[in-house]
Design a protein around this ligand. Structure first.
Ligand code: ATP
Length: 901
């Protein structure tokens, strides 16, 4: 592989292996060596080079990871604990138990491994939802292509906010780049065309840009020298390796809970040892019962099921238009309390149409052709001051800022159409749109001479204008307010024609002065369909929405009002007001119930607002699309970037990327987050609940000093653990949202997934009722056979068959109660009927499997032999048939009482 090395004569070379070129050689030679030109490659040539050089991708060194991953499942602390138990069982002379415990270990390891692989796969697959693209010149025209199709020799255009997708030499323009991905330093570096002497690293070369870096300002045309693994990024092999995934707070919490339960299980198991011996069991039997207790109560399967539930959530969200980058984001989404959103493009369509024009002393409907000559000059000036590209056959949507596209359309409509190629060729200087200044200026060579064209927010353009008398200013302000109240976006356009021989200004300050106002243009940007509904559902879910926009206050307030934001309690705070607020005042402002429109806000304002909201204990989802939004996106609990209109910089900083740029998708994501969290609670509830009827029989045996024989054998416990528990738990993870989930206030940040309410419901209500039923069934079966406490029931005694039947009743009874628990766990508050008894197909299959497995254990002779069961007759089965209904019914009644309250 070629690397960016210095040859003995100190020349830095670059290029893919077979295009060894010197990236620093004179441009003409570089074009020759790369067999390209400033007009780019021909499409067919590019296709051919793609075959020769391969895709512009970093190949991941995954290797054969799975054997080690699988192996690591066996070195988990819980697996080791179980292995020790198996060893003890073997030493204690119960090989069947040892084998069963080993089976538990194997099954759990396999299960966890498959779940983790699936989870990883789900995250990997997200890349397909966010394809990286690049702007190139091919066949002489600009085109957007998948970044993986870039080849050496391509003319690549690097724009503000974009990711640089290959190593390239700048041939025109200048940019600031963030090299931190390569150098670790986040100080932006200036890069521009023209050779400079470089001693030192290739990365310091002033006219080179590198794959994996981002452009934070400016625009440049470059020629690609290296792609894929041949780039500097490709060389840094470590970068292509996956970093270790951080466990989510949910996983950390559950891991902790699992440990607490494991400690409790071991303590109970060990404590049972002397009690068991005292109650009449031999040491060997007591040991095996202890082991059974431990194995039954350690919730090994919990973590993998949670990881899977999160992964399923991630995959589903991606399909709905929200790509989240971390599993844990799904859970954070569910507790979102505040959404801070942009206006343009998120609440609105970002499809602007100029509808009105104001000229000094006249107002014109811009949807028709204007008679006024001044309207044509206004439209032409506005269109000259753009860098967008109108739609063409190759690019039917056009490219660039929608505001500018609207101005280009206006110009075409008013017979003042602008050819982008001519516009760019005649441009002497450009001062790009600045989010702080809120205006943009170009200096152009026109038929009338060299002219300065400025357009932007009226309050920032008017101060640059001269010759406006007081009545005109008043008229202007009234017009602006009237347009804004109708939700229109207003742009002021001004110009200055330079005197013959006057030198064109090169500094922004010199250009944006002494301008003459040409007029105003007002454009509509309709609210997106579905946003009003999404706002309403966010409100029902107790989520507040603030709008943070660069647009004018009244315009933003009108749009906010249209979609229902701040309708009951809203206010507008301008950027200037915000700057005057102290941090304490801002905290106070956002702590209230108002929904606030922060208008004319600078990008830094987002960060300040985010900090204030978080200081008040909020979980903040914050949208953003520009380079300047990156800090706020990183700082928010959920940074949301726009997949279509957003910059790569914003996409990289965000936790979630909306592939449809739609506000409504944020609310959908919150909904999904809440559902995933609720489902995790459902299967935790289910798994915890069944521990009680497994432990109680042992307690009764011990407390009765052996007068009541053991109601459940160790292997029967393992059968429940191995065979009947997992599938329904998995199915509960796929439960659809229960009604009312989005009608509740957000869950507090402090509420854990396992709280007191859940434990009471699992252990006392569901577990307690199950234990009562199971023990009732057991004692009923024994006493009906004529048993009295203390009577012997061992092999060879008269009561032995009855004892076998009774323990089988306990076993089957627990399974029956599990079924009831599974149905009860399906809802947290709502009645089961509201979601439909049979609406979770997966659960039905899980239960069917559970029943078949149980029947096999009870009725197959060789399994009877292993598990100590015996066939039950119809009358005995009738005892346990009501169990699921009773367990579910009691919980249903409890939920009903809770709902009433
Ligand atoms: P949001 O922050 O919600 O996306 P926005 O797009 O209105 O809203 P900015 O892009 O910061 O916010 O624009 C702020 C103001 O700057 C606009 O109200 C408009 O007056 C002006 N403006 C926007 N785009 C341009 C442009 N390309 N050229 C000149 N002025 C512009």
């Amino acid at each position: 592989m070629t690397t960016g090395t210095k040859s003995p004569d100190g020349v830095v070379t670059a290029g893919n292996a077979d295009t060894e070129v010197n990236a620093r050689e004179p441009l003409a030679e570089l074009y020759r060596d790369l067999r390209t030109s400033p007009h780019g490659l021909a499409g067919r040539e590019a296709a051919r080079r793609l075959i020769v050089y391969g895709a512009n991708e970093l190949t991941r060194h995954t290797g054969r990871r799975w054997p080690s991953e699988l192996l690591s499942q066996f070195t988990q602390p819980l697996a080791i604990l179980l292995a020790v138990a198996a060893g003890l069982a073997w030493a204690g002379g119960t090989p069947a138990l040892a084998i069963a415990v080993v089976a538990v270990i194997l099954l759990n390891a396999g299960f966890a491994f498959v779940q983790e692989m699936q989870a990883e796969h789900a995250v990997d697959a997200l890349a397909a939802f966010l394809p990286a693209t690049a702007w190139v010149v091919r066949d002489g025209v600009r085109a957007e292509i998948p970044a993986r199709d870039l080849v050496p020799g391509d003319v690549l255009i690097v724009v503000e906010g974009g990711r640089v997708s290959a190593d390239a030499r700048i041939i025109d323009g200048d940019v600031t780049v963030d090299l931190s991905a390569l150098t670790g330093e986040s100080v932006p570096a200036d890069r521009s065309a023209g050779p400079t002497v470089v001693t030192g690293s290739l990365l310091d070369a002033h006219d080179l840009v590198f794959s994996g870096t981002t452009c934070t300002g400016g625009e440049a045309t470059t020629v690609v020298t290296r792609t894929g693994m041949h780039t500097e990024l490709g060389r840094i092999a470590a970068l292509s390796q996956r970093g270790a995934a951080q466990p989510s707070p949910l996983e950390t919490q559950v891991r902790r809970a699992t440990w607490i339960i494991a400690v409790v299980a071991v303590t109970v198991g060990v404590a049972f040892l002397p009690v068991g011996v005292w109650a009449g069991l031999g040491w060997s039997a007591a040991i095996s019962f202890s082991i059974g207790l431990i194995v039954a109560n350690v919730p090994e399967g919990l973590l993998p099921i949670i990881t899977l539930a999160l992964a399923v959530g991630v995959r589903e969200l991606a399909r709905k238009g929200a790509v989240v980058k971390r599993l844990s984001a799904v859970e954070t989404l569910g507790s979102t309390t505040v959404i801070c959103t942009d206006k343009t493009g998120t609440l609105t369509e970002n499809r602007m149409t100029v509808t009105r024009m104001w000229l000094p002393g006249a107002e014109i409907d811009a949807t028709g052709r204007a008679d006024d000559r001044r309207a044509v000059i206004l439209a032409a000036a506005a269109a000259a001051c753009t860098s967008a590209h109108p739609p063409t056959d190759v690019e039917p949507a056009g490219s660039g800022d929608p505001t500018e596209l609207a101005l280009l359309r206006l110009a075409a409509h008013q017979d003042a159409a602008v050819q982008p190629a001519l516009r760019d060729a005649n441009r002497l200087a450009i001062f790009h749109f600045d989010a702080h200044l809120k205006r943009m200026t170009s200096v152009d060579d026109t038929a009338a001479g060299v002219a300065v064209h400025t357009k932007g927010a009226p309050e920032t353009v008017l101060p640059c204008c001269t010759g406006l008398d007081e009545p005109t200013r008043r008229d202007l302000q009234q017009t602006i307010d009237r347009y804004a109240a109708g939700g229109l976006r207003v742009i002021a356009v001004a110009h200055r024609v330079l005197a013959a021989g006057e030198i064109a200004p090169v500094r922004r300050d010199d250009a944006e002065t002494g301008l003459t106002l040409l007029g105003l243009v007002a454009m509509v940007d309709p609210a997106r369909a579905g946003v009003a509904d999404a706002v309403a559902s966010a409100h029902r879910a107790g989520i507040r929405i603030h709008v943070i926009t660069g647009d004018y206050g009244p315009t933003a307030a009108a749009i906010a009002h249209q979609v229902g934001i701040g309708r009951t309690a809203g206010r507008t705070v301008t950027g200037d007001d915000l700057d005057r607020l102290s941090d304490a005042d801002l905290d106070h402002l956002v702590a209230g119930d108002d929904e606030i429109v922060f208008a004319r806000a600078s990008p830094e304002a987002k960060l300040r607002i985010c900090e204030a909201l978080r200081a008040c204990g909020n979980i903040v989802a914050m949208t953003g699309d520009g380079v300047n939004d990156a800090p706020a996106l990183r700082h928010a609990d959920i940074g949301v970037a726009m997949g279509r209109s957003g910059t790569d910089v914003a996409r990289e900083a965000a936790t979630m990327v909306l592939t449809d740029d739609n506000f409504a998708t944020i609310v959908t994501a919150v909904d999904a987050g809440r559902r995933v969290f609720a489902n995790v609670r459902k299967f935790v509830l289910y798994i915890f609940a069944h521990a009680v009827p497994e432990v109680v029989p042992f307690l009764i045996f011990a407390l009765s000093g052996g007068a009541i024989p053991l109601p459940l054998t160790v292997l029967q416990i393992l059968a429940i653990d191995l065979g009947t528990e997992t599938l329904p738990a998995l199915a509960l993870g796929r439960e659809p949202a229960e009604p009312g989930l989005m009608d509740r206030p957000p869950r507090s940040r402090r509420t854990g997934v396992i709280d007191r309410k859940l434990l009471l419901r699992a252990w006392l209500l569901l577990g307690g009722v199950s234990a009562l039923l199971v023990m009732g069934g057991y004692l009923y079966t024994l006493t009906r056979a004529g048993w009295h406490p203390g009577d012997p029931t061992g092999p060879g005694t008269a009561l032995h068959q009855a004892y076998l039947q009774a323990t089988t009743i306990t076993f089957a009874g627990i399974v029956a109660c599990q079924i009831g628990t599974a149905f009860a766990a399906r809802t947290d508050r709502a009645a089961l009927f509201t979601i439909g008894v049979f609406s979770n197909r997966l659960l039905l299959w899980g239960i069917l499997f559970e029943l078949v497995f149980t029947a096999a254990v009870i009725y197959t002779p060789w399994l009877q032999h292993i598990f100590g069961t015996t066939a039950l007759n119809a009358a005995q089965l009738a005892v346990i048939v009501p169990f699921p209904f009773i367990v579910w019914g009691v919980d249903e009644a409890a939920r009903r009482v809770a709902r009433r309250r």
